[in-house]
Design a protein around this ligand. Structure first.
Ligand code: SF4
Ligand code: SF4
Ligand code: FES
Length: 573
């Protein structure tokens, strides 16, 4: 430890840590903009500057390591003047439309202006004329609001290894652009939304389609049916004044009924369906020596990435549609038939933790006889806005259960919200399908660690089954390279594009707090611990669906409604 002096008081710093880390540990905050937790500092924005005795210029605290005693001033008049000037410069060419901005009230630039007491426009810059890019089905880019922090560039390159964005040009012409400065839909963007999660302003946000939904909700000829994903219900509680991570499925169902949705289904039912179908697919591949390992297919970000970057492994990827699409497909077929409603009179809406689901829903592969499985996808953030728009105080509502005929789910279906959850649920059902016995220990602890990659080998009768789980495409790339190079001990691989899985999806409420993510995860595992129905193949409504409609997993009918095929995708890199 090294003793340093900060604002005339002594504090202890660890040798080698940055000034910023030492300050934060000792309860002193300085503003930051380009810094990202867990990433090496770039020192680009200079908002975190401090005065260090003996140094002529101001020092960026996020990148200056402490290796000797220092005397620091964090909020001297010179430091505050410098930070204020930087924010004023950022505001000088920023559009003055905060009241209409999607991040109004939740914007780091607004917070900085407030913190530094910016009350007048002293610098008149030229307003950016860059046009808004609405070309992507999931993500809107408004370059005029970009403050060049570079966070989107780094997350896309260093975590996802997609590298959609980069800095182009120099000096005051610098901007962020996709390859060849084309619109996002021409780029290799996989719509994961991780860049939205780190963007401090409204420069990146999801595409919203509220108007269409409101029109449908008010159309008496249309039955608007909702489904919500297992990760949404554990991720929005704190935004509604409820304990972080609490599962509020029952309250969401009630709220959606109150808003006017005709029926509300839990996508976790369809997660059970996915597990059942995919476990059967794995049994088949092993039995008939098909392509192994079988690679999961429920993450639409990963699927687009595979189509453009891992096309040689396409035959390994499961043909199962995602739970969102499976549920959509069953709503417009089985449910519509049962209720004698024409599928054209159904408007199927899903609430997901993911911006890539918006992209997935409009894919041609996600239709059945020309009818889209899903008509509209809204994110968790949009669900919160909808609840607010309809003036619903969720805390005063009673819990309701999902509607028939899809109102049961196993806890395996809920586990799907977390990275490793599909694999865990699938192993349980695969074990049963292979051995006709239930797995002796449901909880597969090894798949629940926070490691970037988790692997497990399970003995079933005389066979040994290898399963690997990765989230974040950087880790997927490494594993897939091993497989390409001949690794042959794996039978199933689960890949989620977003680090940690859907609980950290690009459509979730903004959250910089690791504790909140941990609370979401804990809730998912607590549900699995407490509930009795732990395996997809015993879900009573799912069994009925197969008896009445689908026959059995991988039947001709199941194939036609629940499975699909992908093909190579050419994109501008
Ligand atoms: S959505 Fe994902 S892939 Fe697309 S630019 Fe953002 S981080 Fe990169
Ligand atoms: S788009 Fe957002 S995250 Fe990317 S550089 Fe601009 S302000 Fe930063
Ligand atoms: S946060 Fe330190 S330079 Fe940007």
């Amino acid at each position: 430890m090294i003793t340093i002096e900060v604002n005339n008081q002594q504090i202890q710093a660890k040798k080698g840590e940055t000034i910023l880390e030492a300050l934060n540990r000792n309860g002193i905050n300085v503003p930051t903009l380009c810094r990202m937790e867990g990433f090496s500092p770039t020192g680009a924005c200079r908002l975190c500057v401090v005065e260090v005795e003996g140094k002529s210029g101001l020092i960026p605290s996020c990148s200056f390591p402490i290796d000797e005693p220092l005397k620091i001033k964090t909020h001297s008049p010179r430091v505050i003047r410098s930070r204020k000037m930087l924010v004023e410069l950022l505001l000088s060419n920023h559009p003055d439309d905060c009241l209409y901005c999607v991040r109004n009230g939740n914007c780091e630039l607004q917070d900085l202006a407030e913190e530094l007491n910016v009350r007048e426009r002293r610098i008149a810059g030229n307003k950016s004329k860059a046009s808004i890019d609405q070309s992507s089905p999931g993500i809107v880019r408004d370059p005029a609001k970009c403050v060049l922090c570079g966070r989107c560039v780094r997350i896309c390159e260093e975590v996802q290894e997609v590298s959609t964005f980069d800095f182009i040009k120099r000096g005051n012409k610098t901007s962020i652009a996709t390859s060849m400065n084309k619109d996002l839909n021409f780029s290799n963007c996989i719509h994961c939304g991780q860049c939205i999660m780190v963007c401090p302003t409204g420069a990146l946000h999801e595409k919203t389609n509220f108007d269409v939904l409101l029109e449908m909700l008010n159309n008496p000829d249309i039955k608007v049916i909702a489904q919500f994903s297992p990760s949404v219900t554990v991720s929005i509680a704190e935004e509604l004044g409820i304990r972080s991570g609490k599962d509020i499925s029952g309250l969401i169902i009630n709220a959606l009924h109150k808003i006017g949705f005709y029926k509300v289904f839990d996508t976790a039912f369809a997660s059970d369906m996915l597990i059942y179908e995919q476990a059967a697919e794995l049994v088949d591949r092993i039995k008939y020596k098909g392509n192994l390992p079988l690679i999961s297919s429920c993450c639409p970000g990963w699927i687009k990435y595979m189509e453009q970057s891992h096309v040689d492994l396409m035959e390994n990827v499961s043909t199962c549609k995602s739970p969102q699409q499976m549920m959509g497909s069953m709503i417009k077929s089985f449910y519509a038939q049962q209720e004698t409603i024409s599928s054209e009179k159904i408007f199927s809406v899903s609430f997901m933790s993911c911006t890539a689901k918006k992209f997935e829903a409009q894919r041609e592969e996600m239709t059945h006889k020309g009818i889209s499985d899903i008509d509209l996808v809204l994110t968790s953030r949009e669900l919160l806005k909808l609840i607010k728009l309809y003036g619903i105080d969720v805390q005063l509502l009673d819990e309701e259960i999902a509607d028939n005929p899809f109102n049961t789910r196993s806890s395996a279906g809920k586990l799907v919200a977390a990275s490793g959850g599909i694999a865990e649920g699938l192993i349980r059902t695969f074990y049963f399908l292979s051995s006709k016995n239930e797995i002796p220990d449901y909880k597969i602890t090894k798949l629940r660690s926070s490691k970037d990659r988790r692997e497990i080998f399970i003995d079933i009768d005389d066979s040994r089954i290898g399963v690997a789980v990765v989230s974040g495409l950087k880790h997927a790339n490494k594993l897939l390279e091993e497989i390409r190079n001949g690794r042959d001990d794996l039978h199933y691989v689960e890949i989620m594009a977003c680090p940690g899985g859907c609980i950290n999806g690009g459509g979730q409420p903004f959250c910089n707090d690791d504790k909140i993510l941990k609370a979401r995860l804990k809730t998912i595992y607590d549900i699995d611990e407490k509930e009795g129905l732990k395996v997809a193949h015993k879900n009573p409504n799912l069994i009925q669906l197969y008896e009445k409609f689908l026959g059995e997993p991988l039947s001709v009918k199941a194939n036609s409604y629940l499975h699909t095929k992908y093909s190579k995708r050419d994109v501008l890199l």
